[in-house]
Write a protein that binds this ligand. Structure first.
Ligand code: ATP
Ligand code: MG
Length: 248
């Protein structure tokens, strides 16, 4: 399906672009998603198209949050569904989280296309079709969530969330794990855990951390310590510093 020579210096970046294009063709990703992708690429370029060490620390903390959560939910939009469907299903399995399709530009067609796509990639249950609750403070269409999904969740992983909705979820008191390459975005400003990394790397990295934490049979107390010692301001500042200095 994708023909990019692996020897190309920007292989991963080109592969990502093709996946998003493919997502648009399949009705999974919105055309707005293409613009979001472009913005993401610019920040990824400035960060060196790699996971910076402070992002890796945030990914470990995100894993601890998901493992300790009562009701964790992974929010899925058209971009991540196109980029990392299998990896999302895997993370949901490892952390015992629910997957919920949650779109900024919500259409029933796209919701169903993404639900089907996730099923094709191994998901059992996918939430997001009930849409029987509302996030307070947002207009009708943007507010729709499942009552037994994001609405009830204590911890929500939100990749590439719109700033308004990220703020509204934070106002509901949720622990918000935000994947967004722009450390200055309103989404990241509203986050509990800012994960400043490409979703394509961040999702599998969180899964790996969750597996390691489980394998080490870390006690609840150890995971709580990992969470308590986390300094979100330092993470935001570090990403900004790397962008400005062009190095660690
Ligand atoms: P704000 O959060 O400031 O309100 P926004 O949400 O309106 O901004 P968008 O362009 O809608 O901004 O959101 C896209 C965001 O997602 C950008 O900040 C972009 O850097 C980020 N992004 C795009 N692709 C990826 C990706 N693959 N992984 C991580 N982040 C990404
Ligand atoms: Mg945003």
């Amino acid at each position: 399906e994708i023909e990019v020579p692996e020897s190309h210096p920007r292989y991963q970046s080109l592969l990502t672009r093709h996946r998003i294009e493919d997502g648009v063709k399949k009705g999974i990703t919105s055309t707005q998603g293409l613009i979001a992708q472009g913005r993401g690429e610019a920040f990824d370029y400035l960060l060196g198209e790699r996971t910076i060490p402070s992002a890796d620390r945030a990914e470990r903390v995100a894993a601890a949050h998901l493992l300790l959560a009562e009701q964790p939910v992974l929010s899925v939009n058209g971009n991540v569904a196109a980029l990392v469907p299998e990896e999302l299903v895997e993370l949901a399995e490892v952390t015992d989280a629910d997957l919920e399709v949650n779109l900024f530009n919500r259409t029933e067609e796209r919701i169903h296309a993404i639900v089907d796509h996730l099923h094709e990639h191994g998901a059992s249950e996918v939430k997001g079709t009930a849409a029987d609750e509302r996030i307070p403070g947002l207009d009708h269409e943007r507010a729709k969530v499942d009552s037994d999904g994001i609405y009830a969740a204590d911890v929500v992983l939100v990749p590439l969330e719109d700033g308004d909705r990220a703020e509204a979820l934070a106002a509901m008191g949720k622990t918000e794990l935000v994947i967004d390459l722009n450390p200055l975005s309103r989404s990241q400003q509203a986050s509990t855990v800012p994960i400043i990394d490409n979703a394509i790397r961040a999702i599998p990295a969180i899964t790996t951390h969750a597996r390691v934490l489980q394998r080490a049979s870390s006690t609840l107390e150890e995971m709580r310590t990992i969470i308590d010692e986390f300094d979100r301001e330092a993470i935001l500042a570090d990403a900004e510093r790397v962008i400005r200095n062009g190095s660690d």
